[in-house]
Design a binder for this molecule. Sequence first.
Ligand code: ADP
Ligand code: MG
Length: 333
Amino acid sequence: MNGEFDLIARHFTRPVRQAVLGVGDDCALLAPRPGTHWAISTDMLVEGRHFLPSVAPQHLGHKALAVNLSDLAACGATPRAFTLALALPEVDDDWLSALARGLFELADAQGCELVGGDTTRGPLNLCITVMGEVPVIGGRSQALLRSGARPGDRLYVSGTLGDAALALDALTGRIALPEAMLSAARLRLEQPTPRVALGLALRGVASAALDISDGLLGDLRHVLQASGVGATVDADAATALIAASRSSTGPGVPLDSMFSVDQRRRWALAGGDDYELLFTAPPHADAAVAAAAAASATPVACIGCIDAEPGLRLQDGTACPIDGRFDGYDHFA
Ligand code: ADP
Ligand code: MG
C-alpha cells in the first residue's frame, strides 16, 4: 500500500497556503471568512464519456479543475479550495506529473488550493469538489442563482459557443477540419477557460446565471424552469459566436462555407463543453453588464430576451421563427 501514499506525496502534496490544514490528515481544515457562505460543487470526468483517451494529461488536469471552477463562476463565488478523488488503472509517474502540472497551473492562477482527496485503482476517473466563497450582505447571500430571471431581462452569453463540439466531431472522425481550425477548436475542448472573473463582476448585476456545459439551449431551459419564465433566442446571434467561424486569420476556407447553417446552429445551440456563462440582466443594467465584461476582460454578447410566456422560441436574425429542436446533452436520455 506504500505506493498510494508515495504517489500522493510526490504529486499532490504541497505546503498549505490559505487552508488551516491541507493534505495528510483525515480531514482538511478551512477557515470560512466572516460574512461569507461556502459555495460547493462537484464534477466528475470519466474517460470515454467526458474526455477521449488521447487527451494529454496536462490538459486533462486543467480541464478537470476548469469545469469545476466554471460552476463557482456561475454562482459568482471566489475559488478557495478543492479536493481531488482519482481512480487510476496504473501508476505512471510521467503521466501523473503532467496531470498535476495542468491542475496546479490553473489552481495557482485562480488562488484555489488542493486540500485533500482520495486515490484508488480503477478505470480512469477524476472527481473534483471545489469550494468557494460568496459574501452575505444584510443576511442575503450574493450568489448568482438560476431562479432570478424576469420577463424583459436580456439574455447574455460569454465568450464563444460550439467550438468544443466542433473539435469533438473532428477528433471522432465525423467531420474533417483544416489543421489550424482543429487545433484552435481543440483548445476550447481540452482547455476551457472558467469565467471566474466575469462571475465575480456580475454579482449584483445579473438576475440569474449558470454555466453552459451540456449545450446552450438545454442549459437555458434550467434557468427558464427555475425562474418560471420563457425566452426568445436569436439563433444567428448565437451561431455567430463560434470562434472558428469568426477567425479570419490564416489561409483556408471559412467554417461558414464548409458546413450548413443547420449544422453550425447545432454546434452553437446544442454542443456540449462550452463552459461559458449564460446570464440574464434587466435593460437598466446594460452599462453595468458592459462594465463587468470590460473589468473581467471577457467578451459578452446579447443573444435574446426573457419572456413572461413559458417555453423557448428560436428565431433567426430577421426575427423569423426557426423550427428544429436543439436540446442539450443528457447522459440518461
Ligand atoms: P483516509 O484513509 O483517511 O481516507 P487517505 O489515506 O485516503 O485518507 O488519504 C491520505 C491523505 O491524502 C488525506 O489527507 C487525503 O485527503 C489525501 N489525499 C488522498 N488522495 C489525494 C489526491 N488525489 N489528491 C490530494 N490529496 C489526496
Ligand atoms: Mg481517515
